[in-house]
Write a protein that binds this ligand. Structure first.
Ligand SMILES: Nc1ncnc2c1ncn2[C@@H]1O[C@H](COP(=O)(O)OP(=O)(O)O)[C@@H](O)[C@H]1O
Ligand SMILES: [Mg+2]
Length: 314
């Protein structure tokens, strides 16, 4: 099997962002947290951020990190935050609300309620969280950001949204060029220039793309050794590749290893898993590489359990 030595290659490649993705319950938060712990232990200033609407960082660290970047007690260099969506929406409104209003109101007779309307549209919260990560990334306050994402669908839809947004902006700008003269006469030049605003949005979207496509940004797909896991991995890889995001490993979790196969039940499960691990290896072992994490006898909660996972991954 190729590259089955866990995630230790990350120490050499020194990524700046590591995105953990996969469906719910596969172990994203567990692996993301253990990875963040590993970097912090090696002296890198590390932030772990969760954009999952049902996050569990607070449970693992056994301290409340909701909505606020919080230093993890006893682990130097490690901070954590679970994004609070209400807060993110407020922040977005402050930052972009007036701009959105000024652009749309130059086309249509609307009042400021449009800002709340847009801020509450489905999928928008995810887009806001991307711009939150971008801010942290560009400020370079951390050596590495470990990003524990929302289950599969969420993160991809947010990237898609960005892409659509970017394309629509060009159309909007073209339309504006056509009516610009008439609008200028009507408003006698008092409006904020929508073209300028659209341009800054376009740049923002481009910056998000650059961040995601950067070679120092790694995506790790966490999955399970079952048919469903093989299927979901394929779908995720296809979509990430379409955006040029670098997938650095497929991490297969809950693997039943020989030393825990002491009964018929576990032997059967191990056999079943072996089949799917082989399929994943044939398909991705060479190009991407696999990492395996065995199933442990207990849930992973608290620093001691995290240390155990870290030692298995690195
Ligand atoms: N290798 C493992 N062995 C035992 N329990 C695990 C393992 N990986 C994850 N778990 C447990 O499974 C549950 C789901 O893991 P979690 O990391 O929260 O998944 P996700 O973030 O993908 O939804 C948690 O209770 C966690 O402690
Ligand atoms: Mg999680």
């Amino acid at each position: 099997m190729h590259n089955s030595k866990g995630l230790s290659y990350l120490d050499d490649e020194k990524p700046r962002i590591i995105i953990f993705c996969g469906k719910g319950g596969v172990g994203k938060t567990t692996c993301a947290t253990a990875t963040a712990f590993h970097f912090a232990k090696n002296g890198l200033k590390t932030l772990i951020i969760s954009t999952d609407p049902t996050p569990s960082l607070s449970d693992i660290f056994e301290v409340n990190v909701k909505g606020k970047i919080t230093q993890i007690i006893d682990i130097e260099n490690l901070k954590a935050i679970e994004l609070d969506y209400n807060l993110i929406i407020e922040r977005w409104k402050e930052k972009f609300g007036n701009e959105v209003y000024s652009v749309i109101s130059s086309f249509l007779p609307i009042d400021k309620e449009i800002i709340d309307y847009i801020a509450n549209a489905p999928g928008i919260d995810e887009e806001f969280s991307l711009s939150y990560v971008l801010d942290l990334y560009e400020k370079e306050s951390y050596d590495v950001i470990v990003w524990d994402t929302a289950p599969a669908g969420g993160t991809l839809s947010l990237i898609k949204l960005q892409d659509k947004f970017y394309k629509h902006l060009r159309d909007a700008a073209r339309l504006y060029m056509r009516v610009r003269h008439a609008l200028d006469i009507l408003s006698k030049g008092k409006r904020e220039d929508p073209l300028r605003v659209i341009k800054t949005w376009e740049e923002l979207t481009q910056r998000v793309f650059n961040m995601l496509k950067n070679e120092k940004t790694h995506a790790i797909i966490v999955t399970i050794p079952e048919a469903l896991g093989v299927y979901q991995t394929k779908r995720l890889i296809g979509e990430f590749k379409a955006f040029g995001i670098h997938i650095s490993r497929i991490l297969i979790n809950y693997v039943i290893t020989e030393d825990i196969c002491n009964c018929k039940f576990h032997m059967e499960r191990a056999n079943m898993q072996r089949n799917y691990i082989r399929i994943l290896d044939e398909q991705y072992g060479k190009d991407i590489g696999l990492a395996l994490l065995p199933q442990l006898s207990r849930e992973i909660k608290g620093i001691e359990a995290l240390k155990k996972v870290e030692s298995l991954l690195f």
